[in-house]
Design a protein around this ligand. Sequence first.
Ligand code: 1GP
Length: 244
Amino acid sequence: MSIYQQILSRKLLGRKQLAVLVDPDKTGGKPLEKLAAEAEKNAIDYFFVGGSLLTNGDLSECVATIKNSCNVPVILFPGSVQQIDARADALLFLSLISGRNPELLIGHHVTAAPLLIDRKLEVISTGYLLIESGNVTTVQYVSNTLPIPANKTDIAAATALAGEFLGMKLIFAEAGSGAKNPVSEEMISAIKSYITVPLIVGGGIRTPEKVAANFKAGADLIVIGNSLEKNPELLSAMAEAANY
Ligand code: 1GP
């Protein structure tokens, strides 16, 4: 079964899904091996690997460490064309549809497409929506785009639906890594009421309570990065919250 079919079938079964985001700049080696083992033990659905800005991290090494340590599928969440590795299981082919930066709507995709032609990696078209979060996140700064205001739920829902009509297979509502304010439940419900494809939500999610509330509001897959980097013991409580 492809990764996309897996996401879809779990959504149809009503099974809430969790992904752990690994930023190669911040995690690797033994701590990552440990995190991978914990993720498997807690039935985490996926690892996402990538970052808006990679400086000294080694993405390939990160993917290899996870693959050698557990059976949790690895999905690339690339911040640039350089973040491609055939050992991963799939790649989110992200178009930043909340912004009006042509390079992030279609430009980098043209450069990346030939690198993916051998289809070793499953490529999943994803409409990426950046939502304003109370501080300027790395993704906002690096993408040079204006996020959707947090109270403009109608704009977010319309943008997500436009993404679905354009053929995108997933919609990702993102507050940005380390966001002060995560995407609100109102925003999640509004987007959910417009789309039929799976909805991913991430950025600034720090507590099991927020995980449960987001699932209740309509998220199908939640991505957690920072808070687990700081406190890996939170993983089991987060996983439990998926069965709210
Ligand atoms: C960022 O949504 C992810 O792309 C995760 O964000 O690191 O804040 O959990 P955090």
